[in-house]
Design a protein around this ligand. Structure first.
Ligand SMILES: *[C@@H]1O[C@H](CO)[C@@H](O)[C@H](O)[C@H]1NC(C)=O
Ligand SMILES: *[C@@H]1O[C@H](CO)[C@@H](O)[C@H](O)[C@H]1NC(C)=O
Ligand SMILES: *[C@@H]1O[C@H](CO)[C@@H](O)[C@H](O)[C@H]1NC(C)=O
Length: 238
């Protein structure tokens, strides 16, 4: 009888854990304040109203419900007034602190998640370009659960024709070739909408070299998509 109770409580605990939310922890390792943004997949709840401020060395946690999907990025160089209106040098989501369902203007480095499907799928994407280093580190999960770290400062290595310059002339972000030239062979659109046809370009290879486990063009899945089950995730900027 006692053994039976052990088995029942074991099953109950695992069922409970299995329906638990994933916890995302956001850590700002940049020298400056950043403003992370969150965007949810269709029909999924918005997290933290879509955006928040994070000072240097600060961190914050957000619970995501089971089955959540969406993306995170960080905005730089923002100025917001008391009411949360203002704008950012990179990643702006429509002149507001709380993006509230709007995405970040590219180029931005993205961390993308689809939880419990049935595993968690995650990646770092530079398909729309790069604005700052971003890493995803799972903890407490089972499965492959690889760390995805894009820690190179690609703004320093950005090809000249992809550079986004800030007010003082410094490179603040690096466009993808698709964003810069909008051509099918870079965007994998039109007749290139096929992984056999759309190949890495000399531009995407610059991104891949800097961040080997991040998406550098749309069909970069084989080396850029990762899985884990029942994990929490640390998302680090810079
Ligand atoms: C940024 O916000 C300021 C203050 O709200 C405004 O004056 C300026 O026009 C905005 N710039 C852009 C590019 O939206
Ligand atoms: C885990 O993922 C990494 C990166 O994709 C891969 O190199 C490795 O072989 C995988 N390990 C297992 C056990 O699947
Ligand atoms: C990529 O190739 C194109 C066409 O050959 C060339 O114009 C461009 O400068 C190259 N860019 C890089 C970053 O190598």
């Amino acid at each position: 009888m006692e053994l039976l109770w052990h088995i029942i409580s074991f099953v109950l605990i695992w069922t409970f854990l299995g329906t638990n939310a994933s916890v995302f922890t956001f850590q700002n390792n940049c020298q400056d304040t950043i403003w992370p943004g969150t965007l949810s997949g269709s029909g999924k709840p918005l997290l933290n109203n879509g955006g928040f401020q994070l000072g240097p060395a600060e961190s914050t946690t957000i619970d995501a419900p089971k089955g959540w999907s969406g993306r995170f990025w960080a905005r730089s160089g923002c100025t917001f007034d008391q009411s949360g209106k203002g704008n950012c040098t990179t990643g702006d989501c429509g002149n507001v602190l709380q993006c509230n369902g709007a995405g970040g203007a590219p180029p931005v480095s993205l961390a993308e998640f689809t939880l419990d499907s049935p595993q968690d799928f995650y990646d770092v994407s530079l398909v729309d370009g790069y604005n700052m280093p971003i890493s995803v580190v799972p903890s407490g999960g089972s499965g492959n659960c690889s760390e995805v770290k894009c820690v190179s400062d690609l703004n320093k290595e950005c090809p000249q024709d992809l550079v986004v310059a800030g007010g003082n002339g410094a490179t603040v972000a690096c466009k993808s070739a698709c964003l810069a030239f909008n051509e099918p062979q870079y965007c994998c659109s039109g007749e290139y909408n096929n992984p056999q046809v759309c190949k890495p370009s000399n531009y995407s290879q610059v991104f891949k070299k800097a961040c080997p486990t991040s998406y550098s063009y749309p069909y970069d899945d084989a080396t850029s998509t990762f899985t884990c089950s029942g994990a929490n995730y640390l998302i680090t900027f810079c």
